[in-house]
Ligand binder design. Sequence first.
Ligand code: AMP
Length: 116
Amino acid sequence: MAEETIFSKIIRREIPADVVYQDELVTAFRDISPKAPTHVLIVPNVLIPTANDVLEAHEHALGRMFTVAAKIARAEGIAEDGYRLIVNCNKHGGQEVYHIHMHLLGGEPLGPMLSN
Ligand code: AMP
């Protein structure tokens, strides 16, 4: 069994977070340390630690993450100008929280995809 992270507590509403969307499959909340004017994290309600742990059974929830990302981007008014969706995996990917999540970043030009 994978170990829960703080994101499970946010999903269960046990700790405060700025939740912008929740349904039976996914939860979306604003990143506590935003890297762009819009920085929302979209997470499956079920604990999947990393991209390496994705199974076919997760496809419904993972697909919903994209649908919800597009919905939030429209609601934030950034859909037309564009935005970036990022999923970090493990150490080299810079993953800090081991509950898979999609970063939705936008609201200004984001520059090159990688800094080096
Ligand atoms: P990653 O490096 O892809 O694992 O990203 C983890 C993200 O979670 C970082 O951008 C953190 O700022 C964010 N984060 C960590 N704890 C919280 C929290 N309690 N509420 C909202 N965002 C958080």
